[in-house]
Design a protein. Structure first.
Ligand code: ASP
Length: 458
């Protein structure tokens, strides 16, 4: 049994939906499908609720969503009965969304819990039209809402984590009996339900993670993530045009690349699949014959060569200075506790005798300065910040064991005359990363890519 996940860019219009339909219908293996919302629908909902809205604006949004989904449905489902059933279900769901939006508007309140509920509607709509298309193609597809199915979450609204054990208990028997009845579940990605029964999302682009959670729960053989790109690349092709697709990655390599900027997978997708040694394949809907990237436990030799370079922009460094910071206990704890309470994620950290330097997203810089400003003297005497920081991460299984890789990376950087900020090596044996000023990101990336991949393309 397999899990196949399709992202919003593959569901953007009738033509791309039909490509998705062809891929699914031509694959005889029993499967569970997991979907994102139609392209930009979640964005529209998120930006809509970010302001106070009048009744008329609510009606306009509902009309717009209706038009988008009905027009795709019209292009992919021909059978009148199937289509009518899908239209009825769409209308029911849009009516519920409309009520939620009025609720937000009249109460003049948008709690994190309601935010998650409202965001979940993109997927609740996309599964209806996709299932209708598949029924038209002869697949016995049934739309399924992840919260009703029993994907159980823990943690915060907006960035929940799946409770894998509870989820398995809930969904394994249901999915198995659907498959026995020759049904193909078409499950909403992106969210589950809290133990109290409320909707909680897994963070933006979280449907990849949902698919991995489901693959774990049903002991899938393989998890296929279908995208609009060929797979993981050796580098961002917008920066280096000679970028090549990477055929194989280990779980760790894929996790590090995703965490540090490769936009191919949601950063947490690997965790649930890894727990059950499930192979992950990343494939391109628009070029399905291409091999894509296979992510698996141990087929990757520990060569120590760099497989890929990922980049992140819009970062900042916060430097907290305090005399003897290196000797005192609890400095790191105090600082990270405050940042965590303020919802600021620390991407990387380096400490010295006089300073603790932290890498965070630039958008949180003001917040970080504020919460660290009143740390008592003796812990922090002074805060300095550097914005316009970018990060480069070089990834390759075994890289941490092989001599000379760091020398090659930093020689290439120094030949470019670029100065390096924070460096982190040794935390992961498959990756190290360092920061540069944003303006130097592209040429540094090109220099490293050419050092490790250049000869192949000359
Ligand atoms: N629709 C959600 C988003 O846009 C989840 C996803 O696409 O994976 O973030």
């Amino acid at each position: 049994m397999k899990v196949m996940k399709f992202g919003g860019s593959s569901l953007k219009d009738s033509d791309s939906m039909l490509l998705v339909g062809g891929i699914i219908a031509s694959d005889p293996e029993p499967k569970v499908l997991v979907l994102s919302a139609v392209q930009s629908v979640t964005d529209s909902i998120v930006s809509f609720v970010s302001e106070h809205r009048k009744d008329e604006e609510i009606q306009n949004l509902i009309e717009r969503l209706k038009t988008i989904h009905l027009s795709i449905l019209g292009g992919v489902a021909k059978d009148m009965t199937t289509k009518q059933q899908a239209v009825n279900l769409l209308m029911e769901r849009l009516a519920k969304l409309e009520k939620v939006l009025y609720g937000i508007s009249y109460l003049e309140e948008l709690t994190p819990r309601t935010m998650d509920l409202v965001q979940s509607f993109g997927e609740r709509l996309s599964v209806v039209i996709t299932a209708a298309m598949l029924q038209d193609l002869g697949v016995n597809a049934i739309p399924v809402d992840a919260d009703e199915l029993g994907i159980t979450t823990e943690g915060n609204y907006g960035n929940a984590t799946a409770d894998l054990k509870e989820t398995r208990r809930n969904i394994h028997p249901k999915i198995r009996s659907m498959i026995e009845r020759q049904e193909t579940p078409v499950v909403t990605g992106f969210f589950g339900r809290t133990p109290e029964g409320h909707v909680a999302v897994f963070g933006r682009n979280g449907s990849d993670y949902s698919a991995s959670v489901i693959a774990n729960a049903i002991d899938a053989r393989v998890l296929e993530i279908w995208k609009d790109v060929d797979g993981f690349m050796s580098v961002d092709p917008r920066i280096v045009k000679e970028a090549v697709t990477i055929p194989n990655l280990s779980y760790d390599e894929a996790a590090e690349l995703s965490y540090f900027g490769a936009k191919v997978l949601h950063p947490r997708t690997v965790e649930p699949a890894r727990e059950k040694n499930i192979i992950i394949k990343v494939k391109n809907v628009f070029e399905p014959d291409k091999e894509g990237t296979t992510i698996e436990p141990c087929s990757v030799e520990m060569g120590g060569a760099i497989k890929s370079i990922s980049c992140m922009k819009n970062l900042a460094i916060v430097k907290a200075y305090g005399a003897g910071a290196g000797y005192k206990t609890g400095v790191m704890y105090e600082i990270s506790q405050r940042l965590s309470d303020a919802g600021v994620n620390i991407y990387s950290a380096a400490t010295s005798q006089t300073c603790v330097a932290l890498l965070i997203e630039k958008k949180y810089l003001g917040m970080a300065k504020k919460v660290l400003a009143d740390l008592k003297r003796g812990i922090v005497d002074r805060i300095e910040t550097v914005d316009d920081i970018a990060l480069l991460c070089v990834v390759g299984e075994g890289l941490g064991y092989r001599k000379g890789i760091a020398a090659r990376v930093f020689t290439a950087v120094s030949k470019e005359g670029v100065s390096v900020g924070l460096i982190s090596a040794g935390a992961s044996m498959v990756a190290y990363h360092f920061t540069v000023n944003s303006k130097d990101l592209e040429r540094t990336t090109r220099a490293i890519h050419s050092e490790f991949f250049g000869a192949r393309h000359e």
